[in-house]
Design a protein around this ligand. Sequence first.
Ligand SMILES: NC(=O)c1ccc[n+]([C@@H]2O[C@H](COP(=O)([O-])OP(=O)(O)OC[C@H]3O[C@@H](n4cnc5c(N)ncnc54)[C@H](O)[C@@H]3O)[C@@H](O)[C@H]2O)c1
Length: 329
Amino acid sequence: MLVTGVGGFVGSHVADHCLALGMEVVGIDDFSGGSAENVPRGVEMVIGDLRDASLVRSLWDRGPFNCIYHLAAYAAESLSHYIRRFNYENNLLASVNLLNEAVRHETELFVFVSSSAVYGQGTEPLTEQVLPRPFDPYGIAKYAFEMDLQAAHALFGIEYVIWRPHNIYGERQNIADHYRNVVGIFMNQGLRGEPMTVVGDGFQSRAFSHVDDVAPWIARSPLTPAARNQIFNIGAETSHTVLELAERVAAALGTPCRIRHLPARPEPSHLMVDHAKFRRIFGASEAVGLDEGIRKMAEWARGQKHRPTARFEGIEILRNLPDHWRPAR
Ligand SMILES: NC(=O)c1ccc[n+]([C@@H]2O[C@H](COP(=O)([O-])OP(=O)(O)OC[C@H]3O[C@@H](n4cnc5c(N)ncnc54)[C@H](O)[C@@H]3O)[C@@H](O)[C@H]2O)c1
């Protein structure tokens, strides 16, 4: 098996589960977002950038791979408006490099971790039948590659499983990331004794999904014949407002819940994703509630080195960029 983004948050958990299922795992990551510490012991590691087509080709020296799990991406959804070229090179063209080789080498199954961002400002509840209308470059790149993968399936017969997770949080998440995700940002701010920055009024709601409710099922993709050539939403069922989330994070860290509001940005106020298809085919039910998940993550985060908040170098468009994302002068 090949796992891309194996040094990242979700990819490292997927690799853990693949190893536990007895699979041999080759992993690749350029550590632009993840780190070597995340890579599970037992993974044969390649450090490199998937935008480099010749490097991707050379991965097959360690193959063949029956299955590819593709998780590498730069997933800062809201920032993607301002880093359009980078977004498409990293999230779309790099994926195409991988698919080209998978087709050439007759890889049996391509597991693609897409995102519920493909739905855009969709009406709820979002089932897999809803026509995606992504509204930011990140969601557009994910949807474009979903379609490219389906086109490759139609012509070359390569099989696929496409996952559309949402709002994943948990241990090994990069909590120093300045641009995502809200749980990690709150946890980092809480640990540093800073107020939690809430975008808008904080009454927008999301279902936050613990990684243990997502990664084991992605790993099982090749073992579930009914999942072949299907798309699945995956994640938690119960929604919470962002303000509720801030309170839960503060409670888990044992710190006062101080809030600083930032200007609102265009985003759906509520998002309700339907997981009935996933639960039917995989026989899965939600295992980790928000309180338990936040407690587990807080326990892990307390033991982490204090990492500085990382900023993205190379913003392409400064126009309308939120002030708190502006590069320091
Ligand atoms: N975390 C979420 O809430 C969430 C929700 C929906 C979808 N996803 C998708 O899940 C996948 C994993 O996300 P994550 O949260 O673990 O992010 P992450 O940043 O922790 O992991 C992504 C990994 O990919 C690596 N990477 C990025 N570009 C690369 C490149 N060009 N070459 C090689 N490696 C590269 C990064 O270094 C990082 O380790 C992504 O595809 C993301 O779009 C995540």
